[in-house]
Ligand binder design. Structure first.
Ligand code: BG6
Length: 253
């Protein structure tokens, strides 16, 4: 069965690569709704470990998916001297799924160091401008911009907008603009166009091209549209998804 699954996911990976333009890894999780989150997390954690070399800087986002990646990561033996930083400041989420918490957990498994960004969302542009010049914040931002690897989650626009406490009328506006996917504060329509972005201290989409390896991780059929909208070779190098998301995407293209 395992060999058959593997062949099946290989085929999915090849087909998805054609549509998305990035390398795709499909984790063979089966199609059961309540299954596969840990497998996805473990796969992404192992892959991250295999990519990291001495002295690397890793930038991470928050979310339940990335929280699972951190949770499933086993301690790394050997000295890597890595640094882990959050890709952006707070996005108004619970502490256990904030990028800061995830950065600290991943750093501890690597025996490396981490830096935190304690900045709220939706600040006024002038405030952000002042904050990013603050030496302690600038230091973390510079690390994130110089990251060797960025690993981030993808959410559906509506779920993420609600989770971040966006007012109902603003959510309606987002929907009317066709927002379907979200990734670290950017909302995309189904053609991959950016229709809205939250103001937060941290990496911008335009910073991604300088990062050697940008990895997106997402799972579940309900994220298929969001993944298709948010992933592009302009931004990511690698996409890690589960089988349900993979099949969901192929039904859309
Ligand atoms: C957020 C990330 O914290 O989590 C986003 O900043 C991502 O990039 C979102 O879209 C995904 O959340 P989850 O819980 O579906 O993994």
């Amino acid at each position: 069965v395992y060999i058959k699954d593997l062949r099946g996911t290989n085929l999915l990976e090849e087909r998805l690569k054609v549509f998305l333009g990035v390398e795709v890894k499909v984790v063979p999780t089966g199609l059961n709704q309540n299954f596969g989150k840990e497998e996805l997390g473990r796969f992404a954690a192992d892959l991250l470990k295999s990519l990291i070399t001495y002295g690397d800087i890793i930038a991470v986002t928050g979310g339940t998916t990335l929280s699972n990646v951190a949770e499933m990561m086993t301690p790394v033996s050997g000295k890597f001297d890595i640094t882990v930083v959050p890709a952006r400041g707070g996005l108004g989420e619970g502490v256990e799924i904030q990028a800061n918490t995830i950065a600290a957990k991943i750093a501890s498994q690597f025996g490396g160091e981490y830096h935190l960004l304690h900045t709220p969302d939706n600040l006024k542009a002038e405030t952000i401008y002042t904050l990013i010049k603050e030496p302690s914040i600038k230091k973390v931002l510079d690390l994130a911009k110089n990251a060797d690897v960025l690993i981030h989650g993808i959410g559906t626009a509506e779920v993420m907008a609600k989770r971040r406490g966006m007012p109902a009328e603003k959510i309606e506006e987002l929907k009317s603009k066709g927002a379907v996917g979200e990734t670290f504060g950017y909302y995309f329509n189904q053609n991959g166009g950016i229709v809205y972005s939250t103001t937060s201290v941290g990496l911008k989409l335009s910073d991604l091209s300088k990062i050697n390896k940008v990895i997106a991780v997402a799972g579940g059929q309900d994220k298929a549209k969001a993944i298709l909208a948010s992933v592009s070779k302009k931004y990511q190098d690698l996409l890690i998804i589960d089988e349900r998301a993979a099949k969901g995407i192929l039904e859309l293209v």
